[in-house]
Design a protein around this ligand. Structure first.
Ligand SMILES: Cc1ncc(COP(=O)(O)O)c(C=O)c1O
Length: 342
């Protein structure tokens, strides 16, 4: 881990450069205290802290984008606040009040304004909520004390070196997580998917795993899954089995604006085998990443012509233009980050 400099951010792997300022909020018996701006430093946590033993830990991930007009804009922070509240509820952690969390995100972005890289880079914001009750006997009790942090990381272009079509292993046996935690952005979900993803990388040269237990397509380890062609955008409808991506929602709105017919419905692995259009992954980090190959039951199934398709590129560019302030923002998704109050 390095602390931020602009040159490190543009070349370092996503998430490995820490911005110099963070916001911290102590939560005592369910009550959130005053947010404090602090310099990045190591944490002092009681070794008995609930999160370290029983997984009462969750996070969010959103970006602020620098425009060519010099303005840094947060993208749909309100949606990320709502999703963190939902996750906290599912983990029985104290739920951060909307205003407090939104302010903490904005303050963290403002305090790190000088390390926000120009496009195609961005300032990635990472709210983190940890249960801190110092009690290793509390496996069956929620943590009433917590620590809320909002961290920042300047990130480069996820596709530095060119957007390469992805190879996805379609996993038809195992789910990504448990049915009751699909909607949660909890650290435990990611570690549950890790073994499957590592195996897919080693054995099949896959970039990611598309989880489709029983042939029912859900999502990948860190992004939502979309099918596209010249007329339609198709994705799973919202249910408790997967994370409700803010990028997914934004792309569906834009797709409708651009005249696509949006279908939110189940997708089966049989449909994937027969699909002649494009496929893509949607998420904050990658925006919309084209899929070139699906590995289904050991067979390489080429998606379309195996390259990133024109509809994927069109929607990706439309979203990026709004995020960077280069196109009008008719849905009011972006909010400028004012300089810090000193
Ligand atoms: C499991 C999972 N699904 C979907 C997404 C996409 O969500 P969003 O578009 O809000 O980043 C993410 C990334 O945050 C994720 O980790």
């Amino acid at each position: 881990m390095v602390t931020s400099t602009e040159s490190a951010a543009s070349t370092a792997p996503f998430g490995t450069v820490a911005a110099p300022a963070l916001v911290a909020v102590d939560v005592v018996d369910g009550v959130f205290g005053q947010p404090r701006v602090e310099p990045l430093a190591e944490l002092a946590l009681h070794p008995f802290a609930h999160a370290l033993h029983y997984g009462s830990s969750c996070f969010e991930g959103l970006k602020a984008h620098s425009g060519s007009d010099g303005v840094l804009r947060l993208f749909r922070a309100d949606r990320h606040v709502e999703r963190m509240q939902r996750t906290a509820e599912l983990l029985l952690l104290p739920v951060p009040p909307s205003g407090l969390l939104a302010d903490a995100i904005r303050t963290t972005a403002a305090e790190n304004l000088e390390v926000a890289p120009p496009a195609p880079g961005a300032l990635y914001l990472r709210p983190l909520l940890l249960g801190t009750d110092p009690n290793i006997g509390a496996a069956a009790a929620p943590s009433r004390d917590a620590l809320l942090l909002v961290l920042a990381s300047p990130v480069g272009d996820y596709f530095a070196g060119g957007g390469r079509p992805l190879r996805l292993l379609v996993e038809t046996q195992l789910p990504r997580t448990t049915p009751q935690f699909g909607e949660a952005k909890a650290g435990a979900n990611y570690v549950m998917a890790l073994g499957v993803t590592r195996r897919a990388q080693r054995q099949h040269g896959a970039d990611q795993v598309l989880f489709a237990p029983g042939g029912d397509v859900q999502e990948t380890g860190a992004a939502n899954f979309l099918l596209l062609d010249d007329e339609r955008v198709i994705t799973r409808s919202l249910d408790s089995s997967f994370l409700h991506g803010v990028t997914r929602d934004s792309l569906l709105v834009l797709a409708r604006d651009l005249g696509y017919h949006v279908e939110e419905r189940d997708i089966t692995v049989d449909e994937l085998r027969a699909w002649r259009g494009e496929a893509a992954l949607a998420g904050t980090a990658a925006v919309l990443a084209g899929v070139g190959t699906l590995i289904i039951d050991g067979d390489d199934v080429v998606v379309g012509d195996g390259r990133i398709g024109p509809n994927t590129t069109r929607l990706r560019e439309a979203l990026l233009a709004i995020q960077r302030g280069a196109a009008p923002d008719p849905h009011g998704w972006t909010s400028p980050v004012p300089p810090p109050v000193r």
